[in-house]
Design a protein around this ligand. Sequence first.
Ligand code: HEM
Length: 502
Amino acid sequence: MAAMEELLLHFTNTTTLISTFLILFILYLVSSSSSPQRKEPPGPRPVPLLGNLLLLDPKSPHTALYELSKKYGPVYTMHFGPKKTVVLAGHKTIRQALVQNDAFADREALPIISDLKLTHGIVFSNGDTWKEMRQFALSSLKQFGMGKRSNEEKIIEEAQNLIEVFQRNQGRAFDTSQPVSYAVSNIICSLIYGQRYEYDDQQFRSMVDQAITNTQLMGSPSVQLYNSFPRLFSWVGARNKLLEGASANRKRVAEIIKSLQETLNPHMCRGFVDSFLTHKIKLEESGKMNSQYHDDNLQISVVNMFSAGSDSTSSTLRYSLLIMAKYPEIQDRVQMELARVIGSRQPRVEDRKDLPYIDAVIHETQRIANAVPLTVRSASRDVTFQGHFIRKDTPVVILLSSALQEEAEWEKTYSFNPDHFLDEDGNFKKREAFLPFSAGSRNCLGESLARMEIFLFFTSLLQHFRFTPPPGVTQDELDLTPVVGFTLTPAMHKLCAISRHL
Ligand code: HEM
């Protein structure tokens, strides 16, 4: 009897097993035949644990990603360690994904971002928090002059300060990085806090220097390794340094916010922080408390605007000066156009339309500087894009550098060639593949501010100085190869700023 039961049990188990396999097999056939769109993007074969990490050159990962797109197409799968990621390359694909599609507007929740508690604010938040904070920041920055004449005045005043600092070097070679960073950070300080700082103010200097260090650490290979293998690499030094640096920065921001709160006059807002605090009070008074207006969202939005707005802009500006020293004949043409159209008066934003060569030089500088070579999003839902199935929550790399360096688009892709942005008659010409600020609903929030800053700082400096390599260094020796971090920055270099007599 027992043997009979055992046989029956065995028979039932085997039948169950076979039927389960059959059902799964049929389901597989049905799913793969009825929905061919579920084909995931192709890509290099991953090796266990490391995925495709060995294909990336740490000195220029964005270049390696672009090369892979030539083999696997503009939508491909890449394994960063065990993490399956989709890469989008080429300007047409990027525009189609970001402008004509709403599935890629979320940010990926990277381990380091969670550690730094950066999921509030603007840059790394999603959903209602992102919508409310981005909208509020945009309207507040516009109110304080972003893209307007009042802001133009602030930038012109700051450019005068920068000119004075450059003049103090009396033509001797100096490192442009600190003064340029202080000038650019002061513009953000004016918009956010309603005040600028002297370049020798110790608190200001350490705030800016720390923000730069944090951005570099964030993009360092060891922090990237930690993002791919959070359990294995939580001990890396760069991560711990970043946690310490970010916490020191947050503390400083909290102190400044506290002092602004103590002197707040809701009828006379000085900047973004005052607007936020005033809006919060109004909501409380009207009983319509919006849960987004809390300290974390305020502090992190402030930190976000400093980190997103300073490094990228100062890197582009430093590149513009380095390029002038490297290509003196282009500098000649810039200065000739300035002399012909502006003379010795202060350049203004409205002059831009009359300065097509300078406009082309600035666009070409941004193309070559490639300050933000990629941005990482995440699929907010299951989506089929260009025939490829991308599962919800898959990280999506938007490879902006692949548009800026798309070989089929740019006549001289790897040279500095302002003609890319000029027509046969010397008029400025827009290019579709020019995407340094990204595109769509989650593009750069500070684009109009950055464009205004780069134009006014560049023209004011070029009006006052001739930029040359340090004595003993040839133009050919000036190296444009960037240092790779969260943003790309020019390698440490010195330049001479020789005063011109206007
Ligand atoms: C040359 C200068 C700049 C460049 C090249 C640049 C580029 C970018 C890029 C590529 C993104 C990513 C967009 C995406 O994910 O698709 C971004 C985001 C952002 N940028 Fe800029 N940026 C610059 C200057 C600024 C400035 C001056 C500000 C100041 C307010 C700023 C604030 C932001 C913010 C807050 C975001 C996050 C937007 C969001 O997630 O909704 N940027 N920027």
